[in-house]
Design a protein around this ligand. Structure first.
Ligand SMILES: [Zn+2]
Length: 218
């Protein structure tokens, strides 16, 4: 199945396309498709005034495009909360099914869901849920790999990708946990963490996709 228009808008949004020009290669990577197929779709989105597209430079979202993207992201994250809280979904299962549900969620349903869940601020993976007017809170986070050894911080967000989510959940990583790097292997070797008082080892690659509170420089 090829990604549809809405997935393109969401990809451009996630890559920063509200403020900056995002190039075709980045979009292709985000959607895991060949760069050649991106160009055609961007032409369509431009004709529908959902993006500004500058050949050889990249694209960014128009106001109309931003609204569509935020609406999708909001629906996605609300569904994830619902699926985990009420249907016993795992991290990756919630993300997978929310990818489908986000495309068929009218605004009435999204706002009822929001109310039913008591207006959650974050999805289960720690990403902020945009307000109906598009407002979204941005915390100052840093990747776990940049946390100095023996410095205490807290896990706030993880990247949303199926294999990564399964790996992290199996390793006992959860949002809000207190974390400290005890030992970092050389040459991007595995990290030994103190996670809420328990010792856990995770790969460097996974740690690069876990975000923690920024710590004060000594
Ligand atoms: Zn999520």
């Amino acid at each position: 199945m090829t990604p549809n228009k809405e997935d393109y808008l969401k990809a451009i949004y996630k890559l920063g396309g509200m403020e900056i020009l995002v190039n075709n290669k980045q979009i292709a990577e985000e959607l895991q498709i060949a760069p050649a197929s991106v160009t055609e779709m961007l032409g369509k989105l431009k004709r529908e005034e959902l993006i500004h597209y500058e050949p050889y430079k990249g694209s960014c979202l128009t106001q109309k495009g931003v609204e569509v993207a935020i609406f999708l992201v909001r629906g996605h994250r609300l569904w994830e909360v619902f699926l985990m809280r009420h249907l016993g979904y795992s991290w990756s299962e919630a993300h997978e099914d929310a990818e489908l549900l986000e495309h068929i969620t009218p605004s009435r349903l999204a706002s009822r869901l929001d109310k039913f869940l008591n207006y959650p601020a974050y999805c289960p993976h720690g990403s902020a849920i945009p307000q109906p007017d598009g407002q979204i809170s941005h915390a100052s986070l840093q990747p776990l790999i940049l946390l100095p050894v023996n410095t205490i911080s807290h896990i706030r967000r993880v990247a949303e990708e199926k294999e990564l989510l399964d790996y992290l959940q199996a390793s006992g990583i959860s949002i809000g946990s207190q974390v400290q790097i005890i030992e970092a292997g050389t040459y991007e070797g595995p990290l030994t963490l103190d996670l809420d008082g328990k010792q856990v080892q995770i790969s460097y690659k996974a740690a690069a996709q876990i975000y923690v509170d920024e710590t004060q420089r000594p």
